[in-house]
Design a protein around this ligand. Structure first.
Ligand SMILES: [Zn+2]
Length: 234
C-alpha cells in the first residue's frame, strides 16, 4: 500500500514536472519564434532600407551623369559655335582684304589713265588748235565740218555732262574744254576772251556751207557758251 502510494506520488510528481517542463519548453519555443520573427522583420527592414538607399544612390548618380552629359553637350556646342564664328570672321576679313586690293588696283589704274591722258593733252590741244585754224581760214559758205574737241580728250562722265554732250552733238562739256584749253599753257581770262571770238554763232555761221549751217551754228553756240562759262568762272 505504501509502495503504491509512493509510486503514485512519484508518478504524479513526474506528471507535474512534465507539464511544467512542457510549458517551459513551449514558452521557450514561443520566445524563440518571436525572436526569429523580430529578427526576420529587422532583416527585411534592413534589406528594404538598403535597397532604398541604393536606389537613391543610383538616382543621384543618374542625375550626376545627366548633368555631366549636359555640360559636355553645351561645351561641344559652344566649341562648334566658336569655330563657326572664327571661320566667318576669317572669311569676312578675307573678303574685305580682297575688296580693298581691288579698290586699290582700280584707283591705281584710274590714276594711271588720268596721268596718261594728262601727258597727252598738249598734243590733243595742238591737233585741235590746228583744226580750228583750218576752219577759221575757210572761205565763206564752204565749211562742212565742225572742228570738235578730240574725243580722246573728252571723258567727263558727270551725268548732266554726258546727257548734254549727246544733246548738243559737240561731244564736249565745259570740263573737257577747260582741261583741253589749259593744256595750251596760255590759259587766262584775256586769252579766253580772245579765243571765244571765233565761236560766235554769226561769225562762225558765215563760213558754213548753207546746207550745213544750222548744225554748225548749233555746235559753235555751245562752244561759245562754254567759253562764256569759263570766262565767268562758272
Ligand atoms: Zn563735264
Amino acid at each position: 500500500m505504501v509502495d503504491s502510494y509512493a509510486n503514485e506520488h512519484i508518478l504524479e510528481r513526474y506528471h507535474r514536472e512534465r507539464i511544467i517542463t512542457d510549458k517551459v519548453r513551449q514558452a521557450e519555443a514561443e520566445r524563440l519564434a518571436a525572436q526569429q520573427a523580430r529578427e526576420a522583420k529587422a532583416a527585411a527592414d534592413a534589406q528594404a532600407a538598403a535597397q532604398k538607399k541604393q536606389k537613391a544612390e543610383e538616382e543621384k548618380q543618374r542625375l550626376r551623369d545627366k548633368r555631366a552629359a549636359d555640360r559636355a553637350r553645351k561645351a561641344r556646342q559652344a566649341a562648334k559655335e566658336a569655330k563657326e564664328k572664327e571661320a566667318k570672321e576669317k572669311k569676312h576679313a578675307e573678303e574685305v582684304k580682297q575688296r580693298q586690293a581691288a579698290d586699290a588696283a582700280a584707283r591705281k589704274a584710274k590714276a594711271q589713265a588720268a596721268a596718261e591722258k594728262k601727258a597727252k593733252m598738249p598734243q590733243y590741244y595742238k591737233e585741235w588748235k590746228a583744226e580750228c585754224e583750218k576752219a577759221k581760214a575757210c572761205p565763206p559758205n564752204t565749211l562742212k565740218k565742225f572742228p570738235a574737241p578730240p574725243k580722246e580728250a573728252c571723258d567727263c562722265h558727270l551725268v548732266g555732262c554726258v546727257a548734254r554732250k549727246k544733246d548738243t552733238g559737240l561731244g564736249a562739256c565745259k570740263h573737257d574744254v577747260e582741261a583741253l584749253l589749259r593744256a595750251s599753257g596760255e590759259y587766262d581770262h584775256n586769252w579766253l576772251r580772245h579765243e571765244r571770238l571765233a565761236w560766235h554763232p554769226d561769225r562762225f555761221g558765215r563760213r558754213c556751207s548753207p546746207e550745213w549751217q544750222e548744225i554748225g551754228k548749233k555746235k559753235a553756240t555751245e562752244l561759245f557758251e562754254i567759253f562764256e562759262d569759263l570766262i565767268e568762272g562758272r
